[in-house]
Each structure stands twice: as C-alpha cells, then as structure tokens.
Design a binder for this molecule. Structure first.
Ligand code: PLP
Length: 349
C-alpha cells in the first residue's frame, strides 16, 4: 500500500507550558495564524438554550443563509464544513479519482498534499520563485495543462502571495477543477463572488478560524457553483459541525462588523510588528494576512527553540526545505507582540 503523508501537529499549549515551567496562560501562540480576539458572544452562547441532547439540523440551512447573504450568493452556493480542513479533504474526495493529477505551488499549506494522497491521486509540486517566493506562473501553467485539479492558496500560507489575476483567469479557462483556499481572504479583502458567478469550475474555501477568531469552533464553508456544492454535500459527514459551534458561528456571521473591526486592528498591529522585526534585522516579506514570514538565517530553528522555552511559540520550517532559514509570526495583540519583540531582542544575541 502507498504511504500517505500525515498531518504534523505542533506541540500543544499544555506541553509547551510544562516544558517552560510556566502556567498555560503565559504561553503565547504566534505559530498557528489564529486570532487573539474571539467574538464577544462566545460566553453567552455557551450558557444559551442550545440542546446538546439533540443533533444539529443537518442541512445547516441557517449557516448557508448567513454566508449567502454576506457574500451575495444563494444558499445553494454554500456548503458548510468542520473548518476549511474538512472541506479540503472533501474537495479531494469529490473531485479526484485514483490516478488523477493535481497541481500545487510550494511551499504552501501541507493539507493539499495529504488530501491528494488520500484520494490516491498524484500531486505535481511547482516551486515558488526567488527571494520572495513569487507564484511560479509560467511553470505552473505548463504543469497544469492536463491536471484534473488545481490547488491554490490565496493569499498563500506561509508566503503571503499568489497568482496574479491574468494567471488565475488562464487557470480557470483550462476547465480543470480549481480550488482556492481563501483562509486569509478577510485580511486581504479578496472577494470571490464575481469569479464564482463566471466560473462553475471554481470552488472557494473559507474558514472562521482566522479573521472570525473561532479556530476552536471548527467551522468553515465552501462557496461555488451549485453543482460543485452538491458534489461536496453528497459526501459531507451528516453533522460534523456541533450545535455550540453552529450558534457561535451564526452569531459571528450575523455581525460581520465585529470581525471587520478585529481585522482592522490586527492589520495595524501587523504594520507595527513588521517595522519592529525589520529593525531587529529580519527580512520581512510583504503580507496581506495576519502573519509575517521572515528570513532570519541559518539559526532560525535554534531561535525558535529558545523562544519556546519562554512560552513564545513561533513557526519554524523543515530543515531540508526552502524555508529552513525562515520563521513565521502570527500577529497577536500589541501587548503580546511587544513581548515577542522583547524576547527576540534577548534571544537573538
Ligand atoms: C491555508 C489554510 N487553510 C486552512 C487552514 C485550516 O483552517 P480550519 O481551521 O478552518 O480547518 C489553515 C490553518 O492554518 C490554513 O493556513
């Protein structure tokens, strides 16, 4: 049997706290691109009348309606999922047959590789270009000509960029199934509605884990042409989003101004953090997301380790890969970011 790659989890907060000898609340996670700003309704909803002895309504009609009205599409253009992760896995199962070809630009989020392998398809990886990891347009277009599925992450985790509009239109015109993981779209103000209306082969995946501050709730949604949504619904587990998560997600979707305010403050914090990291001598790549990818140098993994001992968790990358010298920092609150900078100052010498 072919070996399928598995998802590598980061150490948990209790594990890091135990290693650092500090209480869990002093562990600050700069490694998961999550939000430090949960929606205010969470406490109220946990005390609400949600009936946990019953199943959630499996159609998730309220969730579909709330998303549809926010993105200006119809409810049957929306499929719910337990996070974008579940929708990535479902997309591979829905649109890839064994032996099919999928294409992705690397480095990127590792789940596309895992999902493709689980669907027994072949993944062609095209390396991003040069010091800023620009999208490898020419080679990608050539590699994708006979692919059944194209994975795109826009903006890309961890490089923050993606194909330009002309390349995207060329890829959509191939007629291959194009899946855009738009996990960070709210930070970059990308709006995919008009492209979905024009391209039935496009499916766009969204998460409530990042801008909405609900990573623990596990809610995401796909938007796309009705037939593509029906293909996802056909293989979706009956009720993978729990009732409490559903309540919290609905509340957040129905008050998008709260999310927008959080996005604005995180963007402002990102600009400050980028300036301070630059001052410390790191090369900070452009970002329209809630994270910053920075070139540090050959001791990046050591530095990550030294920070971890103090409960500051940042993302490092595999030693044999193109991001060996890089670290990725999630933008947190101004106070947490200041603690990061202060700790970096001490640990970098
Ligand atoms: C590009 C990308 N897609 C998907 C996810 C996971 O999203 P979710 O929490 O909705 O499963 C992440 C999380 O880091 C991500 O960076």
């Amino acid at each position: 049997m072919k070996t399928i790659p598995t998802y590598q989890w980061q150490p948990t907060t209790p594990e890091i706290a135990a290693r650092a000898g500090i209480p869990e609340h002093l562990v600050e996670r700069f490694d998961q691109n999550t939000s430090p700003l949960p929606p205010p309704a969470v406490d109220r909803i946990i005390k609400s009348r949600t009936r946990l002895n019953e199943y959630p309504a499996a159609s998730y009609a309220d969730l579909r309606n709330a998303v549809a009205s926010n993105v200006n599409l119809d409810p049957d253009n929306v499929a719910p999922g337990a996070g974008a992760d579940e929708l990535i896995l479902l997309s591979a199962r829905a649109f890839l047959d064994p032996g099919d070809i999928a294409v992705v630009a690397t480095p990127t989020y590792p789940l596309y590789q895992i999902a493709t392998a689980q669907a027994r398809a072949t993944l062609r990886e095209v390396a991003a270009i040069g010091p800023d990891f620009s999208f490898p347009t020419q080679e990608f277009l050539e590699t994708a000509t006979d692919a059944q599925l194209i994975w795109l992450c826009i903006p890309n985790n961890p490089t923050g960029n993606g194909p330009d509009n002309a390349a995207l239109e060329t890829l959509l015109a191939t007629g291959s199934r194009v899946i855009i993981d738009a996990a960070y779209a709210e930070f970059s103000e990308d709006d995919w509605t008009s492209k979905i209306r024009l391209h039935p082969n496009l499916l766009v995946l969204h998460t409530m884990s990042k801008a909405y501050g609900l990573a623990g709730a596990r809610v995401g949604y796909a938007i796309g042409d009705r037939a593509a949504i029906a293909s996802i619904d056909a293989i979706r587990p009956p009720s993978s989003i729990g009732s409490l998560s559903l309540e919290v997600a609905l509340d957040a979707l129905n008050a998008p101004e709260q999310m927008q305010a959080n996005v604005s403050s995180l963007r402002a914090a990102r600009v400050d953090l980028a300036a301070q990291l630059t001052k410390l001598g790191l090369r900070v790549l452009e970002s329209s997301t809630n994270f910053l990818l920075c070139e540090y140098g050959p001791n990046a993994a050591d530095l990550q380790d030294k920070l971890m001992v103090e409960g500051i968790v940042v993302r490092k990358f595999p030693a044999d890969g193109p991001l060996e010298d890089y670290l990725r920092f999630t933008v947190r609150t101004p106070a947490a970011n200041a603690r990061l900078i202060e700790t970096l100052e001490r640990k970098m010498e």
